[in-house]
Ligand binder design. Structure first.
Ligand code: WTA
Length: 654
């Protein structure tokens, strides 16, 4: 476990303060302690009950088919329409006037969208996509800012059985192009741009650039006008949303799809340079995201105002801005922009204005708020909040306690939710009405989820020890495969401990109470501001630059972002080291290849890289350098003087 990354490892020893659930919340909680007993006695019966919270056009014959692991089928034979479950059934039940989203644009413009209005918009978009030739099973690429049309597009795809593939707006045109190719999408939905940090930020040019590389692979580009900025236009391919979608009828007869019909693909970084297209399907996915949202956020549809402050371009947005909340008839806040625009109290102003009751965000953002100071949130009325959530990386106890005290006023439970793009929904987390929470620990698997911490041999570890997190039973919202690559699916997740044990890639520790403490990734994946970025992907971006011969990338502990990207590069023989200029150019190159989120915090030009005799780069040592630590064991290096040379390159070293 020497390669374990992440801040969790700095957690104080467990057993310190715990925070019991507030009595009033516990008494009225959606889910109580009995759920654990029920699921332990009959796991599949428990998930069948959860599935019955949805509306099925046809009942399933079998809850789980696990006869061909690791390929699972949930709710076999069942049929449903995901969009109908998220929208139409609430309208039909008389809740059409309820607000689905209070949308807040960064410049201050707002839109209020009721369930009835959402239904109209989704029907129009479904008709529009159909008119562009999109059929059930086709992939639709979505590259949009945080505007309501993103939600509408996703639901419209679900409604017609098309598979959405949302690409986060922070990815470059190259990253977009490779995803469009891998998913073989024929239609792209985008916008002229969105607002970030007080200025319009264009999106359409990245689509145009991506499509020049792809020939005529993409048939249509549907463009939302958001910023009003100038856009290049390709006649016959590009269509304005306001011209096509707004002209469609607001009715659409939805067909029910098989429970295992694909719902979406979301690309995530793996240990190789090629991102993995994680495939999620319909019935099991919606069952688990809806149930977990109901249980973990204790969502009360008539009174709560719920806010997941994340981007729809990530799985957190898919499961907990769109599908979970809508399936539960939540009223949500959706915010387009950055937390410091136009001032550092923007989030708290939104909480105050809309009376937000449940807030879900990432540790990196919480640490940024900590840095900005207690007085910023103190200037706003945050008394509406009753529950807080955290996701994306281990939350260090200091940040947990700050969040609890300064945002939650000491009264709100904090649920630290561990899960992944692959798991689709929450897996390990406290339940707010049941669990006495421990700052820094995600604690316990949800009812119906089987998790363990094991050693190299797959044996459960003793309390106090450290090992690998595995999931020992299939769960409804699990990924079904990697798009187009079943072998990689098996190899990556289901080979280390056999075909029925899911290897999560996270290190974990068990405390004396049996609670789970996540310790970060154990593979070559970094976690920067809650975004998963592969070291290999950044390395291959660097090596694709004409001056670079070799590159090694590590995630170094960073007080705000969790990890920061530090790159070590060896230049080609004929390349000139122009110092800062070269570093700036390399950084720009990575932005172009992958996107701004992958731009290294630090790039060091070195003469050699530390390698083992078998030629493997020893990232552990580079991490020591990047974190200004004394070097670990160098005895397996071919040449230990390499490290002296690299050390001498560091700023501040004598
Ligand atoms: C990390 C985000 C500790 C973990 C939903 C995981 C966490 C990866 C937590 C998945 C948490 C996420 N505590 N670590 N509460 N939540 N992680 O796919 O390393 O973007 O494997 O999904 O983030 O990241 P992904």
């Amino acid at each position: 476990m020497s390669d374990t990354q992440g801040r969790g490892s700095t957690s104080p020893l467990p057993g310190g303060d715990t925070f019991p659930p507030p009595t009033a919340l516990a008494e009225a909680a959606n889910v109580g302690a009995d759920a654990y007993e029920r699921a332990a006695a009959d796991r599949l019966g428990f998930w069948a009950d959860a599935a019955r919270r949805l509306e099925w056009a046809q009942q399933w014959d079998e809850v789980l088919d696990w006869s061909n692991p690791p390929f699972a089928k949930w709710f076999v034979g069942g049929k449903l329409n995901v969009a109908v479950n998220c929208v139409d059934r609430h309208v039909a039940a008389g809740h059409g006037e309820q607000v689905a989203y209070h949308w807040v644009g960064e410049p201050g413009d707002t839109r209020t969208i009721t369930y009835a209005q959402l239904q109209d918009a989704v029907c129009q978009a479904a008709n529009a996509l159909t008119s562009l030739g999109v059929q059930a099973g086709d992939r639709v690429a979505v590259y949009l800012p945080m505007i309501p049309e993103a939600v509408v597009t996703m639901l419209a795809c679900a409604r017609i059985g098309a598979v959405h593939m949302v690409v986060f707006g922070g990815f470059s045109s190259d990253a977009l192009a490779s995803r469009i190719t891998d998913a073989d999408a024929k239609v792209v939905v985008t916008a002229d741009g969105g607002y970030r940090r007080g200025a319009p930020s264009a999106l359409k040019p990245a689509v145009d650039e991506a499509l020049t590389k792809l020939g005529d692979a993409v048939r249509s580009v549907l463009v939302v006008r958001r910023t009003g900025g100038d856009v290049e236009w390709t006649e016959g391919r590009d269509v304005w949303w306001h011209e096509l979608v707004d002209a469609q009828p607001t009715t659409h007869a939805a067909q029910a799809f098989d429970a295992e019909h694909p719902l979406y693909i979301m690309y995530t970084s793996g240990t190789t340079a090629k991102p993995k297209g994680i495939l999620h399907t319909s019935g099991g996915y919606l069952t688990q995201v809806a149930w977990s949202h109901h249980a973990v956020f204790d969502l009360k549809p008539d009174t709560d105002v719920y806010w997941t402050a994340a981007d729809v371009g990530w799985v957190t947005g898919h499961s907990y801005i769109v599908y979970g909340p809508l399936a539960n008839r939540a009223t949500s806040v959706m915010y387009e922009g950055t937390p410091e625009t136009p001032h550092r109290g923007r989030w708290w102003e939104i909480v105050q204005e809309y009376g937000v009751t449940v807030l879900y965000t990432a540790p990196t953002t919480i640490r940024t708020f900590m840095k900005w100071g207690d007085d910023v949130p103190a200037g706003f009325d945050l008394s509406s909040l009753r529950l807080l959530g955290s996701v994306g990386e281990p939350i260090n106890p200091e940040a947990w306690l700050w969040y609890h005290a300064n945002i939650g006023g000491g009264r709100c439970p904090v649920v630290d939710t561990w899960w992944q793009t692959e798991t689709g929904g929450h897996m390990i987390t406290p339940l707010p009405g049941v669990t006495a929470t421990k700052p820094g620990s995600a604690q316990v698997p949800l009812p119906g989820i089987s998790a363990r911490v094991v050693d190299e041999a797959g044996e459960p570890i003793e309390p106090g020890a450290t090992g690998y997190l595995v999931l020992t039973e299939p769960w409804p919202s699990m990924l079904r495969t990697i798009w187009g690559d079943d072998d990689r699916y098996v190899d990556t997740y289901w080979s280390r401990y056999g075909k029925t044990v899911y290897f999560a890639g996270d290190g974990a520790k068990l405390d004396e109470d049996g609670d789970i403490w996540l310790l970060g990734r154990v593979d070559d994946v970094m976690n920067v501001s809650g975004h998963r970025i592969s070291t290999t992907e950044v390395e291959s971006a660097l090596v694709s630059h004409p001056t670079v011969a070799e590159a090694a990338v590590v995630g170094a502990t960073d007080a705000t972002t969790g990890q920061g990207i530090v790159a070590f590069v060896i230049l080609r023989g004929n390349a000139v080291d122009s110092g800062d200029e070269l570093v700036a150019e390399l950084r720009q190159h990575v932005r172009k290849e992958i996107g701004p989120i992958a731009s290294p915090r630090q790039i060091m030009v070195v003469a050699e890289l530390p390698k083992t005799r078998s030629g493997k780069i020893m990232r552990r040592l580079l991490r020591d350098v990047a974190e200004n630590r004394e070097l670990g064991d160098v005895t397996t290096l071919t040449d230990s003087s390499v490290m002296d040379l690299i050390g001498a390159k560091l700023p501040g070293t004598p």
